[in-house]
Design a binder for this molecule. Structure first.
Ligand SMILES: [Zn+2]
Length: 118
């Protein structure tokens, strides 16, 4: 079952902190996090789309929504990295047992803002 962090309670929060430990900047910079309503929306859309199968790697059925987005760039060349090109903004689901990451494109989920609304 996919849970948002709001639904995870204390036990889930512990899992989440383990997952996120390496994302914290030692200088004290805090990554901007998703709001509770954003998380609830993402979880409910994933449920609507039937993204509810167990982990493809270990068969576990408990996941945590990562508290932020991935925005991987599409590279035309395999040498070097182009910054600022096209990208695929996505939400990331982490298996609570083996750490497998599943990414879901926000555009497909209908969660990207329209250009007019920006
Ligand atoms: Zn797993």
């Amino acid at each position: 079952m996919l849970r948002s962090q709001a639904e995870l309670g204390n036990e889930g929060k512990k899992d989440r902190e383990e997952v996120h430990g390496s994302f914290d900047d030692p200088e004290g910079f805090e990554m901007e996090k998703l709001t509770e309503s954003e998380k609830q929306r993402i979880v409910s859309v994933l449920r609507e789309r039937h993204a509810n199968l167990p982990c493809p790697r270990c068969g576990n059925n408990n996941f945590t929504l990562l508290d932020g987005y991935f925005n991987q760039t599409i590279q035309k060349e395999f040498k070097g990295i182009v910054i600022g090109g096209p990208s695929v903004p996505s939400v990331v689901i982490v298996c609570n047992r083996c750490g497998f990451l599943s990414q879901h494109a926000l555009g497909v989920l209908g969660l990207l803002p329209n250009e007019e609304e920006k």
